[in-house]
Design a protein around this ligand. Structure first.
Ligand code: DX5
Ligand code: ZN
Length: 218
């Protein structure tokens, strides 16, 4: 079954422990790491993963929005990341970084900004556990889904099927209970939800509803 990944970026930073307890049922947590260089915003670093790791068995899905991600892979792996996704645009040697993540013992993903074409993955796709199609420009939560990304997601699904791969498609940005069912039909496996989950009065309820939608529409 496809998965819902609550993004901590939208959580109450003063109560992170309580916040993650509300969304245990998701089975995943998405960590948005921003350095103020690759994206205009600064969020948090590996110490947050390290602090939460003993309290959660959720999959720690780490989205690095930082320049030269190769400098920090081992640090995030050691802090408790299960999956590390870095931006294709943020490093000169994406192929090398893919294998660096694997050697650090994590699953690996590559993220593509909305304007980055899929063909940059031509010689990388076979090595990836997941591809993150950014459906907003990275840097901030609460933005609107970019409609042109619908075709990009469909095209990626077709390429993955044609090559007979098990690579998962993740999308991130502007996903909510209203557009989830439609996006699921495109063949997305992993949905990141930030403000839709933690901006709600009852985050656990949103996760439950979202998982219901994914169960229904296949
Ligand atoms: C954006 C981040 C997202 C963000 C999504 O740069 O990568 O993970 O938290 O937030 P929403 O779901 O509010 O668009
Ligand atoms: Zn993210």
């Amino acid at each position: 079954m496809a998965g819902i990944l609550p993004s901590l970026l939208a959580a109450d930073f003063a109560n992170l422990y309580d916040e993650i307890m509300k969304v245990q049922e998701a089975g995943y947590l998405h960590f948005d790491i921003m350095d103020g260089r690759y994206v205009p915003n600064i969020s948090f670093g590996p110490d947050i993963l390290r602090a939460l790791r003993p309290h959660s068995r959720q999959v720690f899905d780490t989205h690095l929005m930082i320049v030269e991600p190769e400098r920090y892979i081992e640090l995030f792996a050691e802090a408790g990341a299960d999956v590390i996704t870095f931006h294709y645009e943020a490093t000169t040697h994406p192929h090398r970084v893919v294998h660096q993540v694997k050697e650090a013992g994590c699953k690996v993903g590559i993220a593509l900004n909305p304007s980055t074409p899929l063909n940059v993955l031509e010689y990388l796709l076979e090595d990836l556990d997941q591809v993150l199609v950014m459906t907003v420009n990275p840097g901030f939560g609460g933005q609107r889904f970019i409609p042109a990304m619908v075709n990009k997601i469909s095209e990626l699904r077709r390429i993955i099927e044609d090559r007979g791969l098990a690579t998962q498609i993740q999308i991130d940005g502007g996903v909510n209970l209203d557009n989830l069912a439609e996006l699921h039909t495109l063949g997305v496996d992993l949905f990141v939800l930030g403000s839709a989950v933690f901006g709600a009065d009852n985050p656990g309820e949103v996760v439950r509803k979202a998982r219901e939608i994914l169960k229904k529409d296949k």
